[in-house]
Design a protein around this ligand. Sequence first.
Ligand SMILES: Nc1ncnc2c1ncn2[C@@H]1O[C@H](COP(=O)(O)OP(=O)(O)OP(=O)(O)O)[C@@H](O)[C@H]1O
Ligand SMILES: [Mg+2]
Length: 482
Amino acid sequence: MSLLKRIEQGQGQAPRSDGSQPKPASSGSQPGASSGEGGGGSLSSLQARRVSAPTTTPQAGTYFDLKTRVQNKLLAELDPSMDITKTEEVRRTIMGLFEQILNEENIVLSRAERQRLFEQITAEILGFGPLQPLLEDESITEIMVNGPKNIYVERKGKIVRVPVTFEGNDHVMRVIDRIVAPLGRRIDESSPYVDARLPDGSRVNAVIPPIALIGPTLTIRKFSKTPITIEQMVSYGSITPEAVEFLKACVIGACNIVVSGGTGSGKTTLLNVLSGFIPSDERILTIENAAELQLRQEHVVTLESRPANIEGRGEITIRQLVMNALRMRPDRIVVGEIRDEAALDMLQAMNTGHDGSMTTAHSNSPRDTLARLEVMTLMAGMELPVRAIREQISSAVHVICHQERLRDGSRKIVNITEVSGMEGDVITTTDIFVYEQTGVENGKVVGRLRPTGLRPKFMEKIEAAGIHLPPSIFGVGSGRRY
Ligand SMILES: Nc1ncnc2c1ncn2[C@@H]1O[C@H](COP(=O)(O)OP(=O)(O)OP(=O)(O)O)[C@@H](O)[C@H]1O
Ligand SMILES: [Mg+2]
């Protein structure tokens, strides 16, 4: 057995040189400030990004260690002014240096291992192949690679096929390696799917055969350097100015808000916008699987969960982070998405003085959101009676803001619903705003988010914060209806 095999089998692969979850190239609460490092440009940024060789166990002596060592040596020897867009030329130069370093270090590898190590190292230095132009095109918000020949993108809410192809499965695999290698993660038959990030913060999911039957499959949610603003949401018709005023009052008045909707319906975008209403003198703690939120406030602490490494160790869950957050004196806790038993801790945080907390959840309607919260809370395995869970939910959550991606590709807020209390064993809800579709014109959905004329019970909470919303916001009083 060769050295590399032994190292890989014996000690697995370390998650990352610093032991942390993949992060955008930038740090702090503003991910994505630097982008495109994996793509064209000079080599100097990569050299600056050299991975520091691990100094502590368990990583010392691992495959990752070996790779880091060879890679750093290689980066040190490469000419910094070399144009890395000239892929073939750079590959040849890297190959020469690579062989030289292996010889100097007396590292004995089989042909296949040598090739894999070379590909992984090259992956860090060169860009993302055929995906590069799509990544650079700002009008594209999502990229979907369904095997080597079928590539789709989302532009202006519409999914279209693009005339871009890979040479074959191996080529897609090389690009996937380029994405995951710098993060110290691995994808192969034994762990055939992975979540990763691009240097600019874009979210990546890759699934490969034998799980993906059509070939290596990649889904990339591009990180928006300039996140959608509330003004844009109003101009796109996603929300009305009146609903904005109401939601802003809810945030300032420290109501607990759950943003719900289907996949890609715009939950994270809305959560980001709502978080923007939090007064800047409050301490905000954000907890996410992958840091997507971009808050403008200064006093923000960003926490990111971490998957288990290849040995199944080191996982840090959203739930653990929510529990830990309570010891960090937050004024507000903003959780990117609740998808499991972390719901219980989130509800408890909301019920125990951390008012004004926010999160998102996957669901089909506001009522479904309540049902999902209930199921997720049950996942905590505390054997709580359903009624107790419902009471927790109804006293914790003030507002559900439900969003949908409509047929024309537009994203719209379709319900702003108050969680008003309990009747018997049932949680009661009151719609404050409901989207009414009036028709379809030139393929575009026409309608409006209308107030129902009802005011929420928690108005006192809003008024206590010194905000006095005119009755017209709710479509009552001045005879003005929206
Ligand atoms: N109101 C909007 N109008 C137009 N585009 C939007 C709007 N809100 C979000 N988008 C776009 O829709 C895409 C998905 O948005 P977002 O990431 O917020 O969705 P999500 O519901 O959080 O998705 P997921 O379920 O995958 O986490 C992004 O490209 C975003 O820019
Ligand atoms: Mg999201």
